[in-house]
Design a protein around this ligand. Structure first.
Ligand SMILES: [Cu+2]
Length: 397
């Protein structure tokens, strides 16, 4: 009754010690060992959480992330100082003034104006100071410097469970839409408009900026920039991003990459953006298969010849009661390095595995859940068809 957890633990270990003739040292060395194990585990978690290569907020690559990090550092270290001062004073009082046997009750006092005023003023100054700093940082980071370089605008749409990137102005009138891999020029502000197509997601590239929610029917805006003088490695450099809002079964598998490149490299990527060429008979066959089986959900931009339109129509008509879902635009799949929202590297092999059974690679994804191909054994793709599709999508000889 009313036992503290410590008491209970103590009373549990007692019978064991008194039942046997084993020395009582055993249970305490066991306790020591689990304490050491716990500390090591905590240290390990702490250490892997801060790898500089991964998704570290401690490694700012641009002005937005840097200002947020500066603010975070001030908040953190002020809090740490307050914590140690308060806890230190508390521990000191507990130990120094503990009740000793035979000691008379100390004089009872009530109130101490000087102390109370001091302990009100110090926290007020701290809270106001940190609050004002936070608000200034907030306003400071609202928009990129209007006198700086012209920003590049990107519309980002979140889907369960992948990201869509649209560059309205980068293609000289050409529509550029891609998925899961955002390419950005270095030293230039990137303004992003974030939206969701289904549930709430959150956009997060820790080395560039803090998180921002992606909400259906609402457009949120943010910007960031990657600075060449903050990047030690040679460009292009790849940064990691991740959806940071629990959004369903494959939430943890909803990642993306940001590739920071020279403006010239970005321009040539944008200029080359377009559908895969169909020079070989195999690629042509792949294109027809794509039109018939995949365009219910996917798109590849390109000229529309009558044979393709016919395949697409057949695809729609035989789609049955399958609900189309938004799916990545695959126009530039061959220029990407990952598959299915950054889950695996893109290669002939991984694409083959994906087309055989997407579920094996990304549990819960809407391609295997909705496409007839994976729901009806009779409709599934043959190895030859998969080969043709891969040849087309990756522009293989
Ligand atoms: Cu998400």
């Amino acid at each position: 009754m009313g036992l503290s957890p410590f008491r209970r633990a103590g009373s549990l270990s007692k019978p064991a010690a008194s039942n046997s003739s084993e020395p009582t040292g055993r249970s305490s060395s066991l306790k020591n060992r689990s304490v050491i194990f716990g500390l090591l585990a905590a240290l390990f978690l702490f250490a892997i959480g801060c790898t500089k290569d991964g998704m570290s907020t401690w490694d700012a690559y641009g002005p937005v992330a840097q200002k947020q990090l500066d603010l975070f550092n001030v908040l953190l270290w002020v809090m740490v100082a307050v914590f140690f001062l308060v806890e230190g004073a508390l521990l000191y009082a507990i130990i120094r003034y503990r009740k000793r046997p035979g000691q008379p009750k100390p004089p009872q006092i009530h109130g101490n104006t000087t102390l109370e005023v001091t302990l009100t003023i110090i926290p007020t100054i701290l809270v106001l100071g940190l609050g004002i700093w936070s608000v200034f940082t907030l306003f400071d980071l609202q928009d990129p410097d209007p006198d700086g370089p012209t920003p590049l605008h990107v519309n980002v749409t979140a889907h369960q469970w992948w990201f869509e990137f649209e560059y309205p102005d980068a293609g000289n009138g050409k529509k550029i839409i891609t998925a899961n891999e955002l390419r950005i020029p270095v030293d230039r502000p990137i303004t992003l408009q974030l939206e969701s197509d289904d549930v709430i997601h959150s956009f997060w590239v820790p080395k560039l900026a803090g998180k921002l929610d992606m909400v259906p029917t609402r457009k949120n805006n943010m910007w960031f920039q990657a600075d060449s003088d903050k990047i030690d490695d040679e460009l292009p450099v790849t940064l990691y991003g991740q959806c940071a809002e629990l959004c369903g079964i494959a939430h943890a598998l909803m990642r993306f990459r940001v590739t920071v490149m020279e403006q010239a490299g970005f321009d040539s990527w944008a200029a080359a953006y377009g559908p895969p060429p169909t020079n070989s008979a195999k690629a042509k066959a792949g294109q027809q298969l794509f039109a018939a089986n995949c365009t219910l959900c996917h798109t590849i931009d390109g000229p529309d010849d009558p044979a393709l339109s016919a395949s697409r129509l057949t695809g729609f008509l035989t789609g049955g009661d399958i609900t189309p879902v938004p799916a990545p635009n695959l126009t530039d799949l061959r220029t990407r390095s990952t598959l299915a929202a950054g889950i695996i590297d893109l290669s002939e092999t991984s694409l083959r595995d994906w087309l055989r059974n997407p579920e094996d690679i990304k549990a819960g994804n809407y391609m295997s859940e909705r496409a007839v191909l994976y729901q009806n054994g009779a409709a599934s793709l043959t190895d030859e068809e998969i080969d043709a599709l891969i040849g087309y999508l990756l522009d293989l000889p």
